[in-house]
Ligand binder design. Sequence first.
Ligand code: PLP
Length: 358
Amino acid sequence: MPQRIYLDWNATAPMRPEARTAITDAMVDWANPSSIHADGRAAKAMLEGAREDVAAALGCRARDVVFTSGGTEALTLGLHGTMFERRFVSAIEHDAVLASVPEARRLPVTQDGIVDLDTLRDAVAGEPALVAVMHANNETGAIQPIEDIAEIVADADGFLLVDAVQTVGKLALPSADMVTMSGHKVGGPPGIGAMIVRDRSRLNAVQKGGGQERGLRGGTENIPAAVGLAAALKAAQNDWLTEARRRHNRLEEMVKEARGEVFAEGIDRLPNTSLIRLPGAPASTQLMQFDLAGFSVSSGAACSSGKVGAGHVLAAMGVPASMAGEAIRVSTGWSTTDEDVDAFADAWLDLAERKRAA
Ligand code: PLP
């Protein structure tokens, strides 16, 4: 069996060894951090230590960090904890947003996948509103102009929620009323995430339970996962991003030379993400062929059903379904090597040549 090459880091990043060690250590002695006995107090200290470390790594205040079970829960608590009648979400948000507030008005994006600022400005004028825009898109890697968006929303006295699930550990934390992140995207464990809430007075508790996380997220805290997340963020260096950019540039050049297509090309994008199209090859066929050849890539957004679909992101960018259905996503991480990406490029070229010959 050939060694597998994992190129699906935007779906889940493999756990960092530092996180694994920290979790194992934390599993030994812990108790309920709400208990007042010595074991409970030690557990509380562990939890608060993890919070301090997460805050230090993100560059925010520890008291603004609210642990959740992941990105989806953080987004849900934000979307439903803010009591605005009017809600706007970008058309390229993750399903964790779109399915949570299906009634929200969708903000269009340009053909490069960037939120249209003029439409946003017109939409938020008048009554204060909630606006949810992701920092970078999980499929194309397109980085949104969050500073401009924040200014527009603040001018209208609105509330800006930024989904930073794909950018934490890669880009500086965006400035917004609330930012969300997820542990399993940054080399931490699954089952943990966080929301960073700068002004708690603007957010109501959706999930009250026992009043944990200063009343914003009830339920006994997942200390081993919080400690693992803190260790992963502490270990995360973003020096690999320069290398990633070089590798992806080379891959994309090759794709274009072979008459393939790169989506959201030429805009500010995550350096580890390429959404590429092989004309004439349905994404499902590509995924199967690459899987057999030992490569884990995806067709954009991974979802629980494992379905392969054209997806709402490319549709929102005006890409016809026939073309969108031929796109696959290659996403890399800190342990990806030149050899990994070059081997995939060879496999892609091979498939492109076979398609052409067929
Ligand atoms: N937001 C984005 C941009 C994502 O890519 C994902 C996961 O794919 C989520 C939210 C959901 O995060 P989680 O899996 O931690 O619930």
